[in-house]
Design a protein around this ligand. Sequence first.
Ligand SMILES: *Cc1c(COP(=O)(O)O)cnc(C)c1O
Length: 241
Amino acid sequence: MTTIENKLQQIHERIAAACAQAGRASGSVQLLSVSKTFGADAVREAVLAGERSFGENYIQEGVEKIAAVRAMGLPGGEALQWHCIGPIQSNKTRLVAEHFDWAQTVDRLKIAERLSAQRPEGLAPLQVCIQLNVDGGETKAGVAPQQALELAAAIVRLPRLALRGVMSIPDDAPGFEAQREVHARAAAVFAQIRASGLPGLERFDTVSMGMTGDLEAAVAAGSTMVRVGSGIFGQRDYAPR
Ligand SMILES: *Cc1c(COP(=O)(O)O)cnc(C)c1O
């Protein structure tokens, strides 16, 4: 087995154990492999090990990697789902709309409108999560929990987007209980939107939270998608790009 294959197995075991611990069905939590800063070869190894969903933070890097992986013609490659999980500035919406399958970091209507307008007709609707700011911080990305329902109501009217859920990136909290408590706030917003009766929530099923360091707490709080990078691909090297 390659190292990436080994690490993937360990992460799947952690997810399964966390599901069992939380009394949740195994398979109720999807793994998003976060490949930012790693090359197409690392993605290839993960695809050959069976992974199909990848997350990228830096849009230009992601677009290049998507093309490089596609050119490899891997078995299963046509089923890959690429998720944008980094900040989306207005001048990058077109790249996201044209190249990614998901945009998880939508926190403003203006960005959602641009993504919808720029999503090519030949592609499936862009799958979207509302990014929440669950631990305060004026400067952090994400919409305040109290404003999430209003944003959801606007997004479901946009023709080329499919609202799939919420995502959050809380700061590190000390210990399992503190992590679980912060993640529970995102799960509560998800439940509130789902119970709202808004039209256009047919596929509203995703709570994207939990990373290498806190996936157990996120699963305990109701995560349906954990985003794991270093636990699969190793430490990242943030050399100047
Ligand atoms: C980098 C990143 C991750 C993965 O973090 P790890 O700690 O390496 O697992 C998950 N989500 C987002 C939004 C990230 O930027």
